[in-house]
Write a protein that binds this ligand. Structure first.
Ligand code: SF4
Length: 316
């Protein structure tokens, strides 16, 4: 199937997905990949599907969705592999532009050292680049890159792309317990991401069974620490952890509001108190959520933070 959805996406609203790569051809074979190990790891761009066929499939899907009364906020290239391996990515984007729906690409950034890839990705309206680490050894352990790739070259490519790109650029860091979640690593990665100046820097953790069974997500304390460290360098940091909440909208339902906000970022004690005041409720409501195992209290730098419990369903 060349297309799927539209499906709800916290970053992209109602997103109509484009699968422009056969499963699972990638430049990486990430240890945390939820699609399993890559069937082929390559760095040569190649022809997969005629871009006209991609355009037709998208048009048909838009027609079906619109007839069913659904809205589409983005057409998103999110294959089970690396979308920039498609030698026709730029042409496909050009063919989709007249449909007047913004176009998004979620890439692992590993081919951004190539000028042709930078030029083609520049045509998308919204792009997310993966930056898991800036340490070559850790990168090899987490992302299992093709041996022809070089991390310093990729980082140069990311900066070159970011300096010219006119659309919305976001970054995504997947945290893996014991690999890229310690303070020193987080500081280094955050400093590099700050140079990219993303609209939002997303932090995620493996929430579904990973390719490598040894991979574990960091605990809530480490996730909170990552958020705090990133926030020292980067203007806007958010979690991307799988709870598709109605973030930042005050619905008047305290539990819903607290859990949806704290699934995007931890809340300071003072912010929680403000929310309680708005809802006309007392601190006991927070204590109840903690007792129910829905919310957890964490300390960082002498302040208290509140965060949604992440791991109710995850096998740890
Ligand atoms: S880059 Fe994405 S698709 Fe490729 S192996 Fe990593 S997680 Fe899977």
């Amino acid at each position: 199937m060349l297309t799927f959805g539209p499906i709800p996406s916290r970053r992209l609203g109602r997103s109509l997905g484009v699968n422009n790569i056969p499963p699972k051809i990638c430049t990486y074979s990430c240890a945390y990949c939820q699609q399993g190990h890559s069937s082929k790891v390559q760095i040569e761009r190649q022809f997969f599907y005629p871009p006209e066929e991609v355009q037709k499939a998208v048009q048909k899907q838009i027609y079906r969705a619109t007839a069913a009364g659904e809205t589409i906020d983005y057409i998103s290239f999110v294959p089970d592999g690396e979308p920039a391996l498609d030698i026709n990515l730029g042409r496909a984007i050009d063919l989709l532009k007249p449909l007047n729906v913004p176009i998004a690409v979620i890439t692992n950034a590993s081919l951004l050292w190539k000028a042709d890839v930078r030029a083609e990705l520049a045509r998308a309206d919204w792009v997310s680049v993966k930056i898991d680490t800036v340490d070559e050894k850790i990168w090899r352990k987490i992302d299992h890159p093709h041996r022809g790739l070089s991390l310093p070259l990729i980082m140069e490519g990311i900066l070159a792309y970011a300096s010219k790109y006119q659309g919305t650029l976001c970054t995504e860091t997947m945290l893996v317990q014991g690999l890229n979640d310690n303070d020193a690593e987080l500081n280094k990665t955050a400093r590099f991401i700050a140079q990219v100046k993303p609209a939002v820097s997303y932090i995620s953790i493996p929430t579904r069974p990973p390719a490598d069974q040894k991979i574990k997500p960091p605990d809530e304390k480490a996730v909170n620490t990552a958020y705090q460290i990133y926030s020292r360098y980067i203007d806007k940091v958010e979690y991307l952890i799988g709870h598709e909440g109605n973030s930042f909208t005050y619905t008047g339902n305290l539990e819903e509001d607290l859990l949806s906000i704290t699934s995007v970022h931890p809340m300071r004690e003072s912010a929680v108190k403000e929310l309680l005041d708005k809802a006309g409720q007392e601190w006991i409501a927070v204590e109840q959520l903690i007792a129910d195992g829905k919310l957890i209290e964490l300390n960082f730098d002498g302040s208290k933070f509140y965060m949604r419990k992440l791991f109710d369903n995850y096998r740890r």
